[in-house]
Write a new protein. Structure first.
Length: 260
């Protein structure tokens, strides 16, 4: 009897209604020209739901929301300890975050339609995924916020892993900032634990920098220091960097505009 119930549950999950109907519904929405509108509506509905769940199950301090630029492209970069990090870190951000998500996540039941409707970008890990890069650049050119984990995957011991330079390269290429985020207490996450999210000030690359490995490495190291400081509930480490009143996001006087 137990085996039969287990098989039935597995069958229901594998052939769930959401995976069947959502792609067809999205195809219809695209045909009549309202796909973006409906995806946006879904995102903010899910945003409110996740925010409520977080408040109930993992309440904790959230700081630096005012550091999110009101407009303009940026890359949202948290540390990565748990599969729920994208939800817990972005559920209080007042702008839509387009997360870069590994392709394997699209194979799980329920996940594929949710990721598609939330504006996530699929990426093949361990290789140069040109299609993913194209989609990321497309969102940045639209002035959107893209969410990326510079570590590439979750930590196995609670400490920051080696950072990849891809995020820094995009920042330098487009002259846009990264927004450092420190997530605390999600390693081996349990219900009832206080999860803290600390959002730092956007950090712009020096406009005189050329796009090369040395500058990307330098900016990546700075990114890691900022995130580590925030994850330890400290202020970002003071390092000389390009930051002027003209483009300082606090107060939002001016935002960089991307050229196509």
């Amino acid at each position: 009897m137990a085996k039969t119930i287990k098989k039935l549950i597995k069958h229901i999950i594998q052939y769930n209604i959401l995976d069947y109907f959502v792609p067809r519904l999205r195809k219809f929405y695209r045909k009549i020209g309202i796909l973006d509108f409906m995806d946006t509506r879904f995102y903010w509905l899910a945003w409110r739901l996740v925010r409520l769940i977080r408040r109930i199950l993992w309440s904790g301090k959230i700081t630096g929301i005012s550091n999110i630029p009101q407009k303009g492209a940026a890359i949202f970069v948290p540390n990565h300890s748990h599969a729920l990090d994208p939800f817990l870190s972005a559920c209080n951000v007042p702008r839509k975050v387009h997360w870069v998500s590994k392709l394997e996540n699209y194979k799980y039941p329920f996940f594929r339609p949710i990721l598609q409707m939330s504006g996530a970008i699929p990426i093949r890990r361990g290789q140069s995924d040109q299609n993913a890069i194209r989609l990321i650049k497309k969102e940045l050119q639209r002035g959107e916020i893209v969410g990326m984990f510079p570590e590439g995957t979750r930590t196995k011991d609670g400490r920051l892993r080696r950072f990849h330079t891809g995020t820094a390269r995009l920042c330098i290429e487009y002259g846009i900032p990264y927004i450092p985020v420190g997530i605390k207490n999600t390693f081996k996450l349990e219900v009832g634990r206080n999860v803290e999210v600390h959002i730092g000030k956007p950090r712009y690359p020096d406009p005189s920098w050329k796009l090369n490995y040395e500058n990307a490495k330098k900016f990546t190291e700075l990114m890691k220091k900022d995130i580590a400081a925030l994850a330890q509930k400290d202020e970002p480490i003071s390092v000389k960097t390009y930051e002027t009143e003209e483009i300082l996001p606090v107060g939002i006087k001016k935002s960089p505009i991307l050229k196509n």
